[in-house]
Design a protein around this ligand. Structure first.
Ligand code: TZP
Ligand code: MG
Length: 217
């Protein structure tokens, strides 16, 4: 699946460690609600480590994504991304180098890179990223090693510095933040807990999509 910036509108990220019921169920509901991209981030305490189980999970979730026309992205694990036939890979600064990631996945897969500063954003562009993830926007409990909060101001700063690559904002984002985040120059929002912890992932996803559509008007 080819990358287009509107796919960043409502980017749902999750792994089995983020949910208390089958991830597939939560993903289906979020997809019905209107998420536009999904990333399997099987990471941290409680996550699945066995390669065969990670592959089975990835294949199951990719199928759901494709039923709903959503790109399926794998966090960090280039072997898993390739083995599962994912649409893309997302790497952080601590993971494999973005340029290596690009050469391993080839030119047709989507590459996302986390960038904390304008310098990292510029490097990500040189390394062949299709989009960057910028955050944490707000306080988050979903990432064990999250950096200090940067706020939407960091996105404004990147745009002022001439960074034009599509941006997804991440970290502690709720639907009421969408307007501010889009105004700062991001294409969309990435969320874990706002969807995984919601009583209705479908309604939560729909609320994000509605806010994105309002912000675009
Ligand atoms: N990277 C920066 S913050 C974060 C990641 C993966 C976690 C986002 O999760 P939440 O629950 O939406 O704050
Ligand atoms: Mg990572």
């Amino acid at each position: 699946m080819k990358f287009t910036p509107p796919q960043l509108s409502v980017y749902f990220i999750a792994g089995t460690q983020d949910v208390s019921r089958p991830l597939r169920e939560v993903l289906v509901e979020a997809a019905i609600g209107g998420i536009t991209m999904f990333q399997l981030r099987e990471k941290g305490s409680g996550s699945i480590q066995e390669e065969d189980k990670r592959l089975a999970l990835a294949l199951e979730l990719k199928q759901v994504c494709h039923e709903y026309g959503i790109p399926f992205i794998v966090n960090d694990d280039v072997e898993l991304a390739l083995a599962s036939g994912a649409d893309g890979l997302h790497v952080g600064q601590e993971d494999l180098q973005a340029a290596d990631a690009r050469s391993k996945i080839g030119s047709s897969l989507i590459l996302g890179v986390s960038a904390y500063t304008s310098e990292e954003a510029e490097q990500a562009v040189r390394d062949g990223a299709d989009y960057i993830g910028v955050g944490p926007m707000y306080a988050t409990r979903s990432k064990e090693d999250a950096k200090a909060v940067v706020g939407p101001e960091r996105i404004e700063e990147m745009r002022r510095n001439g960074i034009t690559i599509p941006i997804t904002a991440i970290g502690g984002i709720a639907a009421e933040h969408v307007k501010t985040i889009i105004s700062s120059g991001a294409e969309g929002v990435s969320v874990i807990s706002a969807i995984t912890a919601a009583e209705s992932p479908e309604k939560a996803a729909a609320a994000f999509l509605a806010e994105i559509q309002k912000a675009a008007m």
